[in-house]
Design a protein around this ligand. Structure first.
Ligand SMILES: *[C@@H]1O[C@H](CO)[C@@H](O)[C@H](O)[C@H]1NC(C)=O
Ligand SMILES: *[C@@H]1O[C@H](CO)[C@@H](O)[C@H](O)[C@H]1NC(C)=O
Ligand SMILES: *[C@@H]1O[C@H](CO)[C@@H](O)[C@H](O)[C@H]1NC(C)=O
Ligand SMILES: *[C@@H]1O[C@H](CO)[C@@H](O)[C@H](O)[C@H]1NC(C)=O
Ligand SMILES: *[C@@H]1O[C@H](CO)[C@@H](O)[C@H](O)[C@H]1NC(C)=O
Ligand SMILES: *[C@@H]1O[C@H](CO)[C@@H](O)[C@H](O)[C@H]1NC(C)=O
Ligand SMILES: *[C@@H]1O[C@H](CO)[C@@H](O)[C@H](O)[C@H]1NC(C)=O
Ligand SMILES: *[C@@H]1O[C@H](CO)[C@@H](O)[C@H](O)[C@H]1NC(C)=O
Length: 653
């Protein structure tokens, strides 16, 4: 069993020999010098450092040109003009937002980046966001993470066990300022920052937790929850207690501590945890965290020094970036599963057999393992052991699964359902914008293939499941979708190419699919959402979601876009096609940031005119978290087995 562990980044020695890059010069009052080399600092000091860089008009123009041109590739742009119910909260006019930012005067680079960060965050598409390393270099941490138990917002009852796993400097800081956070564990929260507790949770869900279209799913991002980080059980702070862009120095709670009946008002100070590259002062902060790196922009894969990835094809990725793992704290020991793991539990999948000896559990923490083949052999090992033990029912826990390789999602679906079902994925398209059409045409003219390009057709298959030749132009003709009254030309539809898999997959299902259920908190992104939607749409798999606000729904899938391109990936496509000089090409970024973009749409099996991202699909079961289940996966699985496979029922829809 993994033990509660701590993975930490960000401390480390200071680097020497800093390059001289354009950054303001300081006299004796450099606010970054005050905090250089420290891991935990008061947020006000870190914000003062981050706000010490005045707005640079050259950089602003560069960033906005980049972003505006990257959005040309965003498959969902026109959906935002009028986001369909129940996703209406995200509605916005993206071009107007960019024009507004362009026309706004900002005093500092921080202010500009905050505005861009908020604008992309509030699109609620974790695939399409601006991540500026300069301002994601600290994570703000609160010693009172919150959870929703039943009808109440409370300070996580395990806060003491949980935060005791932080480096000792964390508790030391609060001891030094004489703040007793330990006594607040389990307190009932009445108001936060002057708002009723649930309204404040909603506010964070609407403005900070930007990865998922569904509001209910984002409520679950706000609160603390269990997860697998790397290959270990972990507890997430939640976005209220662990935001990645520093803005707050403290949070005011009106709460009733455990064993008290009297409400009191408590100002809880945040502590900023440095997770960036070491620095000593303003110029080195800028050089090491803000200026573009050699990996910020893409490369021309045709050039000798950048040829291929070891002869392997590029593997499509669909995942969110949750900056929270940067402060990855273990799940406290008392809440780890006590069952012995079955075979194949060393990686991102942890599998168990419940004490009834009939129910197997696979906690699939991610589809982005270090070992692509290992994920498949782990699946085979776990399911073989289940079958040998005569397990008949399977629970798959997808809590806080951020996605990963598209083909591993298809693989898991295929392994559970068997080769007999045929193609295990979705119809997919990308956007036929003018530059995309030029990229594909240029790739074809140059004879390129999937060894260097995500665009070439040999990455995909026709709808009869035969691979397209690399020379095939799936934009000719393109299809003209109309979205919210706007013409949105897209590629022809195609399939993913994920077969042959690296392990043999039986023809029939691993279990009677009626006996397979999925549990989670809706924070199931990208490949995870594609996988769960396939199970639901093709096999009617039981979905049980936990958490959210009392009386409000939680969709079972989080962000269900499809393949994502990081800015550097998209830039590599453009450079490899020889089109960097095209007026439509986004410029190389001058700063160390990532404007990532949802590059492909996956279309629903049940309604082929709808992207699954915008198809509302509610779980058949919805349960609140309780004191026994919010941080205790084994308790949750035992509860779910009884409710889903036993006699009981959840409150459904
Ligand atoms: C603005 O940024 C550009 C690009 O990094 C740099 O060349 C220029 O010197 C900066 N201007 C000022 C006033 O710092
Ligand atoms: C920003 O405004 C300037 C001045 O009007 C214009 O030249 C530029 O194209 C605009 N940038 C974007 C990305 O719209
Ligand atoms: C609350 O009271 C119970 C019973 O006296 C005690 O065991 C527990 O430690 C108290 N909890 C706190 C947080 O003071
Ligand atoms: C990028 O920079 C890093 C550190 O400065 C260096 O180790 C690496 O070799 C560079 N990579 C390329 C492709 O230039
Ligand atoms: C499950 O199997 C174990 C080990 O074979 C056995 O000790 C236990 O009694 C079984 N439990 C049930 C409920 O059958
Ligand atoms: C678990 O894996 C080991 C080593 O590969 C193997 O010997 C054993 O048979 C497996 N156990 C089960 C129950 O499949
Ligand atoms: C599984 O079922 C088979 C057939 O009923 C039986 O022979 C075998 O002993 C069972 N195995 C276990 C581990 O219960
Ligand atoms: C699959 O479809 C493509 C495009 O329509 C066609 O060219 C090809 O011959 C088909 N392959 C098979 C095996 O039917």
């Amino acid at each position: 069993m993994p033990t509660p562990s701590l993975f930490f980044s960000g401390l480390l020695a200071l680097s020497a020999g800093l390059p001289s890059l354009a950054a303001p010069s300081y006299g004796s009052t450099d606010p970054c010098a005050k905090i250089g080399g420290q891991t935990f600092v008061a947020p006000a000091d870190a914000i003062a450092c981050q706000k010490s860089f005045p707005l640079n008009e050259t950089i602003k123009a560069n960033v906005l040109n980049n972003i505006a041109r990257v959005f040309d590739f965003f498959t969902f742009e026109d959906y935002y003009l009028h986001s369909p119910y129940p996703f209406q909260e995200s509605t916005t006019n993206i071009r107007r937002d960019i024009a507004r930012i362009n026309a706004t005067k900002y005093a500092t680079d921080y202010d500009l980046n905050k505005d861009i960060y908020d604008f992309t965050t509030e699109l609620n598409d974790g695939h399409t966001r601006w991540f500026p390393d300069c301002y994601n270099s600290y994570q703000n941490l609160l010693p009172t993470p919150v959870v929703i138990l039943g009808n109440e917002v409370v300070v996580a009852p395990d806060a003491v066990e949980f935060l005791s796993l932080m480096p000792p400097e964390f508790a030391q800081y609060y001891a030094n300022i004489g703040f007793n956070w330990q006594r607040l564990a389990g307190a009932r929260i009445l108001r936060i920052d002057g708002l009723p507790a649930f309204s404040y949770v909603d506010k964070i869900a609407s403005t900070v937790s930007g990865n998922y279209l569904d509001h209910g799913v984002r409520v679950n991002s706000v609160v603390s929850s269990y997860r697998i980080s790397g290959t270990s059980f972990s507890q997430r702070f939640g976005d209220l207690a662990g935001p990645s862009f520093l803005t707050q120095t403290h949070l005011t709670f009106e709460l009733i501590p455990v064993n008290s009946t009297r409400p009191e008002t408590v100002n809880v100070p945040y502590l900023a945890n440095f997770v960036g590259n070491p620095f000593t002062d303003g110029p080195s902060y800028w050089a090491n965290n803000c200026a573009a790196k050699n990996t910020t922009n893409g490369v021309d894969h045709r050039s000798a020094s950048h040829t291929k990835r070891d002869g392997k094809p590029l593997r499509p990725m669909a995942k969110i970036i949750d900056l929270a793992p940067k402060t990855a704290v273990g799940l406290p020991g008392p809440f780890l599963p006590t069952l012995s793991p079955v075979n194949g539990s060393e990686g991102v999948i942890k599998s168990f057999i419940l004490p009834d000896n009939k129910t197997g559990v696979m906690f699939v923490g991610s589809f982005e393992p270090d070992d692509y083949v290992g994920f498949q052999t782990d699946t085979v090992a776990a399911i073989s052991q289940f079958q040998a033990a005569n397990v008949t029912h399977l629970i798959i826990d997808l809590t806080n699964n951020g996605g990963g390789y598209v083909c591993l999602g298809l693989f898991l679906h295929q392994y559970l359902a068997g080769m007999g079902i045929g193609y295990a994925g979705f119809q997919s398209t990308n956007r036929a914008n003018p530059l995309a059409k030029k990229i594909l045409a240029s790739d074809i003219a140059q004879g390129l293939n999937d060894q260097v390009s995500y665009y070439t057709a040999d990455d995909f298959a026709f709808l009869n499941n035969t691979e397209m030749p690399a020379s095939y132009n799936y934009f000719e003709p393109s299809s003209s979708e109309f979205v919210n009254g706007k013409s949105d030309p897209t590629s022809q539809r195609f399939y993913d190419v994920c077969t042959p898999y690296n392990v043999p997959v039986p023809d029939g299902p691993a279990f009677d699919l009626k006996n397979v259920a999925i549990v989670g908190n809706g924070n199931c992104a990208s490949t995870c959402a594609l996988f769960s939607t396939l199970m639901y749409e093709r096999h009617g798999t039981k979905m049980a979601m936990f958490g959210g606000k009392p009386g409000e729904h939680v969709e079972f899938k989080g962000m269900a876009g499809n393949q994502v391109l990081e800015w550097a990936d998209l830039d590599s496509e453009i450079k490899t096609a020889g089109l960097k000089d095209d007026p439509l090409a986004p410029p190389d970024l001058l700063v160390s940031s990532n404007m990532r973009v949802n590059w492909r749409t996956a279309w629903s099996w049940l309604d082929e005119t709808k992207p699954i991202a915008f198809k509302s699909e509610l779980p058949q079961y919805h349960f609140p978290y309780t004191i026994d289940t919010y941080n205790n996966p084994q308790n949750l699985w035992t509860f779910a087995a009884k409710e889903l496979f036993g006699a009981g029922h959840g409150y459904g829809y």
